[in-house]
Design a protein. Structure first.
Length: 70
């Protein structure tokens, strides 16, 4: 009797583990892309120009294109 209970429990456990879970996280509607850019500078003036470019031109264009998290 114990063998039948153990066998049926192991079969039920195997079936439940083989089915995909309903609690999985759904895939995002848009894939995530990452771009890593490295800017090198030697002087403080170059650093200021890069900062100005990123703040005044690059980020506003990305936000206008619908990319809010940068």
């Amino acid at each position: 009797m114990k063998k039948i209970i153990l066998l049926s429990a192991s079969v039920l456990l195997s079936i439940s583990l083989a089915r995909p879970s309903r609690a999985t996280v759904p895939a995002p509607s848009r894939p995530a892309y990452f771009a890593l850019k490295v800017y090198h500078f030697k002087t403080a003036r170059q650093e200021a120009l890069i900062d100005s470019f990123l703040q005044r031109q690059y980020l506003p264009v990305l936000h206008a294109a619908g990319i809010p998290a940068v």
